[in-house]
Design a protein around this ligand. Structure first.
Ligand code: NAD
Length: 265
């Protein structure tokens, strides 16, 4: 009988305090992993660390960090590796919706918010994994992108977000090819609508009505596969699969996890 798939392995999860990141941290710990909980909101991360404690004592390490802060990220990677003794997988998942509004009224700094966190944070999450994974002889990096910016372009006003999400897929493919020589795999997952706290991160411009397009989206019950929106656990399952040895021949791909919704709307 083999043991849990991630026994003795170390995984970093960014945005681990809520939604998809929290669900993934719990699943990785449930499969035997030690988990670095990277999170902007330390209270949320501390709560998840407590949940991990119930799975296995000492399996979580909180790193209160902004994923777009290069110095803090480099240090946080170092502290995870020193604490747990190495690094096997990274789930680069932290993200925000950022400013939603007409491009005409958007300042460059507004545009940069989502780009800095979602795309800059992904860049740093990959960059600082490389030396540690090279030492380990390989690793797996999974990036949370979205159907927005890849399969769907109807979220009016979300141009910074969608641009960052498209950029993540291109960056992951470039990184997959570049890092294959080190046996580091890089894949992207593109969720549809998932019930999380992501809407708290939207800064909506009051002038949205200037650009609104009256689209009629199907109600939850008309969702093709499940008749409801996705659950964080359904996205986390895919991240865990991509981190596992069962996905050892999978790299440079973007997988949609949306119950078929982007085929319809
Ligand atoms: P969430 O808001 O529930 O969780 C995101 C977590 O990331 C929060 O705990 C937040 O505090 C943290 N975070 C935000 N900015 C950070 C930063 N700069 N540094 C560190 N941590 C930071 O949202 P979620 O839906 O679980 O989002 C996770 C990822 O999934 C995001 O990349 C999001 O774009 C993507 N996504 C979500 C949906 C959806 O419908 N929920 C759909 C497609 C893609």
């Amino acid at each position: 009988m083999s043991g849990p798939r991630f026994e003795g392995r170390t995984v970093i999860v960014t945005g681990a305090g809520s939604g998809i990141g929290r669900a993934a941290a719990l699943k990785f710990a449930g499969e035997g992993a030690n988990v670095g909980l990277f999170e902007l909101d330390p209270e949320r991360a501390e709560f998840v660390r407590g949940e991990l404690e119930n799975i296995r004592e000492g399996s979580g390490l909180v790193c209160a960090v902004d994923v777009s802060d290069a110095e803090a990220m480099e240090q946080a990677y170092r502290s995870v590796v020193e604490h747990f003794g190495g690094l096997d997988a990274v789930f680069a998942n932290a993200g925000i919706n950022g400013v939603k509004g007409p491009i005409e009224h958007m300042e460059l700094d507004d545009f940069r918010k989502a780009i800095d966190v979602n795309l800059g944070g992904t860049f740093l999450s990959v960059k600082y994994a490389i030396p540690h994974m090279k030492k380990r002889g390989g690793g797996s990096i999974i990036i949370t992108s979205s159907v927005n910016g890849n399969n769907r372009f109807s979220s009016i006003g979300m141009s910074p977000y969608s641009t960052s999400k498209a950029g993540q897929v291109a960056f992951a493919k470039m990184a997959a090819l570049e890092l294959a020589r080190y046996r580091i795999r890089v894949n992207t997952i593109c969720p549809g609508v998932v019930s999380t706290n992501i809407d708290e991160s939207t800064e909506e411009d009051a002038r949205m009505e200037e650009i609104a397009i009256p689209l009629e989206f199907p109600r939850g019950g008309d969702h093709p596969l499940a008749g409801r929106h996705g659950l964080p656990e359904e996205v986390a399952d895919l991240a865990v699969f991509l981190a596992s040895s069962e996905a050892r021949h999978v790299t440079g791909t973007a997988i949609t996890v949306d119950g078929g919704e982007s085929l319809l709307f």
